[in-house]
Design a protein around this ligand. Sequence first.
Ligand code: UD1
Length: 339
Amino acid sequence: MKTKIVVTGGTGYIGSHTAVELQNAGYEVIIVDNLSNSNADVIRGIEKITGIRPAFEQVDCRDKEGLTGVFKKYSGIQGIIHFAASKAVGESVQKPLLYYRNNIVSLLNLLELMPEFQVNGIVFSSSCTVYGQPDHLPVDETAPILPASSPYGNTKQIDEEIIRDVIHAGAPYKSIILRYFNPIGAHPSAEIGELPNGIPQNLVPFLTQTAAGIRKELSVFGDDYNTPDGSCIRDYINVVDLAKAHVIAVERMLKRQSETQLEYFNLGTGKGVSVLELIHGFEKATGVKVPHTIVGRREGDIEQIWADPRYANEVLGWKAVETLDDTLRSAWKWQLKLK
Ligand code: UD1
């Protein structure tokens, strides 16, 4: 019998790529998603790639009764990967209560239900945003957690603390917290990818829409940072590489490959890339020009961050392998398909 894994937010960007990799690795996937920022067509994309249609339950993780129904219906669920969350930094400043309720109540419901249904572990989607602007780069997992600069970032910090506290209090399950750097790109088949809602806030979806002529030009938020070319630096990680880390984390958790009940891993490439380098890299990889202009800094942006991924490389046994060129080409292929 296949091991059953609940993937909350499984029709979303990272969730859908992870559902593919889990199915390819032989897991039975049960997607739980309220479709608030995705659509059910994604299920078809997952099926096209893997040949298997994952189970899908349209349930909001804030709804504890609804979630209970899922755990009853699919008996013997062994693990959860919890992606379902709101993730727009700007929106979180406007609607903090939405973010606190959505991102925190959902986690509380899952953690409360886990012992009741003997679920053995939960992998949690966190973010490098918990490090703020680190003093030392690259940043490793021992770096201090700095005060969050948005309600969104705060929900990730609070969620990490909630998991830490319940495990400290003796919860009968394991947890792995994955801190993502900047996920970009799409599945090479272009059957699934990122579906931005309205005007994209993140760099790569805005860039590909500009290259496709949907947006007039890309604004580069600042060229007066203390970086070699003046634009901000991030660690852009291929979404399929990122998805594969979840499969390894689930395996590690369920097979109890570590003594530790709670672990944290940075998921990044270890390489910092500036906004201007990314734009020029895209132009070179695809041969398509991206009209862009330098504008003022965006509020809340940190100057530079990239991961020290050695702990994930050595202990988790995972490494980002896709090149930035291929990743940018996959984002472009997906954009062309959307168009
Ligand atoms: C943000 C969040 C991160 C979250 C991620 C996913 C913070 C500090 N970061 O990452 O936690 O997980 O979104 O939603 O809260 N840029 C432009 N022009 C644009 C868009 C972006 O120049 O039109 C620049 C930004 O200034 C930044 C870089 O591109 O330097 C990446 O921005 P973005 O894709 O929005 O991700 P982050 O802000 O790094």
